[in-house]
Design a protein around this ligand. Structure first.
Ligand code: MIG
Length: 829
């Protein structure tokens, strides 16, 4: 019935046309017959549709649905601080599935709903989402009614006749002084106002400043206006676009070539809280094994075995600490994943065991392309089980990568992921400790990536490559991580990926891809790692020294210095470059590089504690100055200084021959790490930067734990842990996290979270310790070093017992105490 009505309507319309167009002559229109040869002149034009006035609403639990008569908008209260907005152009929402957000329901304390003549208000304890009746504009306010984020235009969409669905658009008001942050690995200035971006994971060898897109898609940004911050996470896996007041000064827009207009508004007002709340949606990075925080040495490629052994020997003989050695694609047999080139590596298990005995973990690369080769079991299994991606017309997706002609597993299929995870069995049995996933944008020689018509399972929700492209790499490393986790049983895996989508931090660390050995790229790396950290990808690093091109000795050393404060510290280089080890630049620089790699190892207990704060509480690891002091507008343009955790501030040297640099220190007191010199914050300081120093400052009142220099994690048993206490005039808390270092026992509370409360005055200092958790440390005492005391010590009491303090050569005082101490009181003479 409905069908014939439609035809009648068309027929009538055509009759009208014929009256006005005499050229068409007379045609007999029969009811129920569709005349394809008729001229169709009045097809509705494809235009952008905007939401009209709100016509009504209804509520289902914490979801509110508003309609303009045909389109629907869902406002979902996710938590007190997070509200999700979805648009359904024809009133029908897509199935609620996300690779980024495993669970969109959080704890909601209170929410309520109000309606007046002009607007509807969905209110939580912290945020009010206002929906204007007349124009359907959506805005977000705090409790005091201050607007944080407002629509500039109603949400809109345009039909996509080629692929179905809609282009979906959201245009927000960009306030005059608003700054924008986030968006993952974009190689540009921290504040992205005035720029436009696209998200489409791309293999971008030797990328340049401002190049876009790169390897990752993180459609999450932070807006900062008059000191107040909020976040927008546009959870859409299609090709997405962001315009931050570039096209029009007063507008910020984001749009996509498909999928749903679905975004999360994340309230601040602190940037740090925005990032933490983003992590409550998308998850945090799991606590890495401690060894993964050491120094990693990589190159394309170290082979054969004798070369690898020689590399290891050099590290140990030259006493340069190192925890991991990488095998790039040449370890495989004809680049076939999960195989070994037996000519280069006749007995991998034996080699890996020998390396492990010497304190090295072996990390191997695995790419997604599986060689089309009937004699190769991985290909045969994948083929038999229909695990490889297919084109729109059912042909296999084939393309050339390192192994030659390849097919590619569909990692968006849970069964494929399970299979893939199991393929690591042999590598794990051989002793491999970590896996590096490369080329997973996915990269295909010649044509760049897969064509759009490739089909994906998308975990049962189906989609073409348009929808799955940006999550392909994420699902590959997810399969890798989950497989390794099962195979290792109790040990924590280490994984690293090049491509990523929001949420990938649950499965892997990332590196910034194929950078270049130039000073500009060192600077870019500092920007990219700060940006990744504020975009929810905390465990990140650059190829130290630059992947392509040749760094000189100075650039390499400055990059190692920056590497100490990169969450992930790995030197890597392309195969057509000169050897690139810490000793490759002559003795002077070997000593310098050693000194800074040693610094990384001394700081490991601090670094590990910062990773714990991330894993458990969602704190970012690197924090740009704007995040530390977002109220000060002058900070918005600062991009060289950043904090690692909340106690260390660094400002890497980013120019050749630089004798000194201006470093801004946030309000408060700081100590120059190299000489315990007190500096007043809230202003800039000129700091000398000879090649053996990089500007590094410790916040006053910090208790900084330090390991003795070791050649690799756990090389030595620590008998007494060093704690350096920096004097303060205030009260400051520091945290130290300790556990086994490589098991999942911490999930059962087998860890220690130690809190040190330091209180100081001009003539005294006290330290209180509070310990929680069930782990027992292997040492019995602390060596407490009192740094920069502004008074002469009169007496020191530990839990009411008088003890002595020994001065050392650097002006610090050493007090030996039991690890179980509750308080230390130091009083001046
Ligand atoms: O087409 O495996 O970014 O780190 O050394 C190049 C060889 C493939 C690109 C990675 C790089 C790696 C290289 N890979």
């Amino acid at each position: 019935m409905a069908k014939s009505k439609e035809v009648i309507f068309m027929a009538k319309d055509l009759t009208k046309q014929q009256e006005t167009d005499e050229n068409h002559g007379t045609q007999v229109l029969e009811e129920g017959v569709h005349h394809v040869n008729n001229p169709v002149l009045d097809l509705p034009e494809i235009v952008k549709n905007y939401l009209g006035p709100v016509a009504g609403y209804h509520q289902e639990n914490n979801n509110y649905y508003f309609s303009d008569g045909s389109a629907s908008v869902e406002i979902k209260v996710v938590s007190d601080e997070i509200i999700r907005v979805r648009l359904a152009p024809k009133g029908l929402f897509l199935e609620d599935f996300s690779y980024a957000v495993p669970q969109s329901d959080q704890h909601v304390a209170v929410y309520n709903f109000e309606e007046d003549q002009l607007a509807y208000r969905v209110k939580t304890n912290t945020v009010t989402c206002v929906i204007n009746k007349a124009d359907f504009l959506v805005s977000f306010e705090d409790r005091e009614g201050k607007a944080y984020n407002k629509d500039y235009a109603p949400m809109h969409w345009e039909e996509n006749p080629d692929f179905g669905g809609y282009y979906v658009y959201c245009t927000k008001l960009a306030m005059a002084s608003e700054a924008f942050y986030g968006l993952g690995d974009k190689p540009t200035h921290l504040n992205i106002r005035g720029r436009r971006f696209v998200n489409w994971n791309s293999d971008t060898y030797s990328f340049q400043f401002h190049q876009d897109p790169l390897y990752r898609s993180i459609p999450f940004y932070i807006g900062l206006h008059e000191g107040d911050a909020y976040g927008i996470f546009f959870d859409n896996t299609f090709k997405t676009y962001f315009d931050f007041a570039a096209e029009a000064q007063d507008q910020t827009s984001f749009w996509s070539e498909g999928g749903e207009l679905q975004y999360y508004y994340i309230h601040g007002p602190h940037m740090m809280d925005v990032v933490k709340r983003y992590h409550t949606l998308t998850g945090t990075h799991y606590l890495p094994p401690l060894w993964a925080l050491g120094f990693h040495q990589c190159r394309w490629s170290y082979y054969p075995e004798s070369k690898v052994k020689d590399l290891a020997k050099n590290f140990r003989e030259r006493k340069i600490p190192c925890d991991a050695i990488y095998l790039d694609i040449d370890y495989m047999d004809g680049y076939r994943c999960f195989t070994w080139n037996k000519r280069y590596f006749p007995d991998p298990k034996k080699m890996i065991k020998e390396l492990a005995d010497d304190g090295f973990h072996t990390v191997v690369i695995i790419d997604p392309g599986i060689k089309v080769d009937e004699n190769y079991w991985v290909f045969r299994e994948g083929k038999k089980n229909r695990y490889f991606c297919r084109r729109g017309d059912d042909y296999f997706m084939e393309g050339y990568v390192w192994p030659g002609r390849c097919q590619f597993p569909d990692f968006t299929n849970a069964e494929v992921r399970e299979w893939w995870g199991g393929l690591f069995k042999g590598l794990v049995e051989a002793g491999v400790a970590g896996v590096w996933n490369d080329m997973n944008e996915p990269a295909v020689f010649g044509r760049g990536t897969f064509p759009n018509d490739v089909r994906h399972n998308f975990d049962g929700f189906r989609g073409s490559h348009r929808k799955a492209h940006n999550v392909y790499g994420m699902q590959m490393v997810r399969a890798t991580y989950e497989g390794l986790k099962k195979l290792f049983q109790k040990k924590r895996p280490f994984t690293i990926t090049r491509a990523a989508y929001a949420g990938t931090q649950r499965y892997a660390s990332v590196w910034t891809g194929d950078n270049v050995a130039t000073w500009e790229h060192l600077r870019l790396g500092a920007l990219q790692l700060q940006r990744l950290s504020t975009s929810g990808m905390p465990f990140c690093g650059t190829d130290i020294g630059g992947f392509s091109g040749e760094p000189d000795a100075e650039l390499f050393t400055r990059w190692i210095q920056f590497g100490v404060f990169s969450p992930f510290m790995r030197a890597h280089s392309a195969g057509d470059t000169a050897e690139r080890e810490p000793w490759s630049f002559g003795e002077t620089h070997e000593a310098l590089n050693r000194k800074f790699i040693e610094l990384r190892y001394k700081l490991l207990p601090y670094i590990y504690s910062v990773f714990w704060e991330h894993a458990k509480y969602g704190f970012p690891i690197l924090r740009p100055i704007t995040m530390v002091e977002q109220l000060l507008e002058g900070n918005i343009q600062r991009e060289e200084e950043f904090c690692f955790g909340d106690k260390i501030l660094v400002s890497p040297v980013l120019n050749p021959g630089q004798p000194n640099k201006m470093v801004y220190l946030p309000v408060g007191e700081w100590y120059d790490y190299w000489e315990d010199r007190l500096l007043e914050g809230g202003k800039e300081h000129k700091v000398d930067t000879p090649i053996d120093k990089m500007p590094m400052f410790i916040k006053a009142g910090t208790v900084l734990p330090e390991y003795p220099v070791m050649q690799y994690v756990n090389e030595k048993k620590i008998d007494s842990l060093k704690l350096v206490v920096y004097h303060t005039l205030r009260e400051v808390n520091s945290y130290l996290y300790e556990d086994h270092g490589d098991t999942f026992a911490y999930e059962q509370q087998i860890y220690l979270e130690k809190k040190f409360v330091v209180k100081g005055a001009p003539d005294r200092l006290s330290i209180h310790q509070h310990v929680e958790g069930l782990y027992s440390e292997k040492y019995d005492t602390y060596d407490v070093y009192l740094a920069a005391l502004p008074f002469k010590i009169g007496q020191v009491k530990v839990d009411d017992t008088l003890v002595s303090a020994e001065p050392d050569a650097t002006g610090r005082y050493l007090v030996k105490v039991s690890k179980d101490f509750r308080s230390i009181q130091i009083v001046g003479q």
